[in-house]
Design a protein around this ligand. Structure first.
Ligand code: SIN
Length: 282
């Protein structure tokens, strides 16, 4: 297997490797896992694998989970279908910077995404290195956010376009989660800036040390949250991947965010994602 770094900050392409072999080859899988921790997102081309192989490879990292709104392949639980069709051109959930499922108590470890069909151009996906985003924050901001916690909501994101009864039922099933604004990567010990499009507000901002009068809370907290969320938008932290049929991306969801660019006219873009269950951030 050859590993070619794609930017100084994030991403590498793996060549001379068949992902199907890594289902059974422990040494090869260990090499891929090590590369994932180092580069945070890995890309491969021309992986003509079956859905069984896709699921089996992803399950080497851990158990898979379905998505409560996006449907899964009925024959392959855990394989979420992210299908855009000309009939549903406005389904735009993926074009916001996010880490997957941070509205869960235990957001995902990572994912393995395969392109089944894509537009001839456009429809790229971008990833950002949120360890670097944290490292480069001004010191006074690091101090300010050291103990802050954020609320992450499926209700306010995937639920927003639903009728109220359906939205409330979704929230009852997945109550908002609370996570540290700066999490520690459980394997590398790195600090990660952990707020994204699912984060609605800080839960412990309103303390005497931060808020002199009640009106300090909302503008101060809102501006700080927007500033932190916008760190993923910085090009120096990013890599951009152009899809072709049977291209694959594997990412560490604990230290990255991603954004699926919807710059293509109404057409088919079919992606299948095996999302791997993670652990509770600390
Ligand atoms: C996702 O947001 O997990 C999917 C990204 C994509 O469709 O490119």
């Amino acid at each position: 297997m050859r590993i070619e770094q794609l930017t100084y900050s994030i991403g590498a392409e793996l060549t001379d490797v068949k992902l199907a072999d890594a289902v059974h080859d422990d040494g090869l899988f260990a090499g891929i896992r090590e590369a994932l921790l180092k580069h945070r997102v890995l890309f491969l081309r021309d992986q003509d694998i079956t859905r069984e192989q896709h699921v089996a490879f992803a399950r080497r990292f851990g158990e898979l989970e379905d998505h409560p709104v996006a449907g899964s392949d009925p024959e392959h639980p855990g394989l979420v279908r992210i299908y855009k069709t000309p009939e549903q051109p406005n389904d735009r959930y993926e074009n916001a910077w996010h880490a997957d499922a941070t509205w869960r108590e235990a957001p995902q470890f990572g994912a393995v995404l395969r392109c089944v069909e894509c537009p001839p151009v456009g429809g790229d996906t971008m990833w950002a290195n949120m360890v670097l985003a944290y490292e480069n924050l001004p010191e006074h901001v690091k101090t300010q956010i050291a103990d802050l916690r954020g609320r992450h909501s499926i209700e306010a994101s995937f639920g927003a376009a639903m009728p109220i009864e359906k939205r409330l039922a979704l929230k009852a099933q997945f109550p908002d989660a609370e996570h540290p604004v700066v999490r520690t990567h459980p394997e590398t010990g790195e600090k990660v800036l952990f707020v994204n499009a699912f984060t609605t507000h800080f839960t412990n901002y309103h303390t005497p040390a931060r808020v002199r009068f009640g009106q300090d809370a909302n503008p101060g907290a809102g501006e700080l949250l927007r500033y932190l969320i916008s760190q993923a938008y910085i090009p120096e932290y990013q890599v951009r991947w152009r899809w072709k049929k049977n291209s694959i991306a594997i990412w560490d969801n604990r230290s990255t965010q991603h954004y699926a660019v919807m710059d293509y006219p109404p057409c088919h873009r079919k992606m299948e994602r095996a999302g791997i269950i993670g652990d509770k951030p600390y």
